[in-house]
Design a protein around this ligand. Structure first.
Ligand code: PMV
Length: 339
């Protein structure tokens, strides 16, 4: 296969933000392609981000991957697998230098793999001059990390399960712009540690051993329809009800695996009660939790300060990260990655 001519470097940079699922993804019908057993629905955040520079350089013997200034072989292997798909599309074999930076903790339940693969695919496609639309980038980002399919889009996005075996119809699409209904997300960080069971391992264990797998699959379409309708109607109470139900259902499914998956700690649990108490007092807020112990409280903008103050007080809450809703993955000037 041809290579980029010697001396020519093809490079581009991109930024993407994590997304938080309101109707959760859990379970793979194809592990290699990251095809989900259910569709899911999310919001993309604004102020926490991944910025990634990809340089295809003919002189390189192998891909190199630098995360926050440090070489990382394990993350590099996953990035190489994604780049191989893009290299095949472009008809080249040239290796790349990947420099990536997160302004938030990596692998600790803040969806760094979602923003990471969305930024990687967007930067690499631009560097190679591949004219891929957002749906195609969503399919490619999904192969790196399922939830990355959704970070290609801003605001509210839905990732379709798809039905094809090759995964070409399993991509996200936008539902509503961030500016059309600008909710806020208050994250209570309760641990900075990397999670003990990865989402992939957790999903496989769940599929093998949880007795609730069939109920999970058969009730997802109704949850998605309810969430979609709530978003289009800007109906906060309805979105709160379906989002909390989906979060608790996902964790119940995972807790019922053998051995059961417990992603929460005591502070996560205190956060769930705190959010429910605030809502009982009339504060427009609901919770969601992913495959880690961070508590994410989603609220109307006027409630954010009160929610942050209440969560901050809880024993075990280390710090608060507050975000709005933001844009999808996009190309950025290359110098902003090193800045
Ligand atoms: O995309 P992954 O492999 O990081 O899995 C994400 C799983 C959850 O965050 C728990 C749910 C979701 O829909 O994002």
């Amino acid at each position: 296969m041809p290579s980029i001519p010697t001396g020519v470097v093809r490079q581009a940079a991109a930024q993407a933000q994590p997304n938080i699922a309101l109707v959760k993804y859990w379970g793979k019908r194809d592990v290699a392609l990251n095809l989900p057993v259910v569709g899911s629905l999310s919001i993309t955040l604004d102020s926490i981000w991944t910025r990634t520079l990809v340089c295809f350089e003919p002189a390189l013997a192998q891909d190199t991957f630098i995360l926050n200034g440090v070489a990382n072989a394990a993350a590099g292997a996953r990035a190489s697998t994604s780049l191989d798909v893009l290299r095949a599309r472009a008809g080249i074999t040239t290796r790349a230098r990947i420099e990536t930076r997160n302004n938030f903790p990596t692998g600790a339940g803040l969806a760094s793999s979602a923003s990471g693969f969305a930024a990687l695919v967007t930067a690499a496609a631009a560097a190679l001059g591949l004219e891929l639309d957002a749906r195609e980038r969503s399919v490619l980002a999904r192969r790196g990390s399922g939830s990355a399919a959704r970070s290609i889009f801003g605001g509210y996005a839905e990732w379709h399960r798809g039905t094809r075996d090759d995964g070409t119809d399993s991509c996200a699409e936008p539902l509503l712009a961030a500016s059309a209904w600008p909710l806020r997300v208050v994250v209570a960080v309760t641990s900075e540690a990397q999670k003990s069971v990865s989402s992939t391992d957790g999903m496989l264990r769940t599929a093998r051993t949880s007795p609730y797998e069939r109920a999970w699959e058969s009730t997802q379409e109704a949850d998605l329809a309810e969430a979609r309708a709530a978003i289009h109607a800007h109906d906060f109470a309805k979105l709160a009800a379906v989002s909390e139900a989906s979060c608790l259902k996902m964790h119940a499914l995972a807790m019922a695996a053998r051995p059961g998956l417990l992603y929460w700690n005591a502070a996560t649990m205190a956060g769930l009660h705190c959010v429910r108490q605030l809502r009982a007092e009339g504060v427009p807020v609901f919770f969601t939790v992913d495959a880690g112990p961070q508590l994410k409280a989603v609220c109307l903008p006027e409630a954010a300060e009160k929610v942050a103050a209440a969560l901050c007080e809880l024993p075990g809450v280390l710090r608060i990260v507050e975000c709005g809703l933001g844009a999808g993955a996009r190309v950025i000037p290359m110098e902003t990655v090193a800045a």
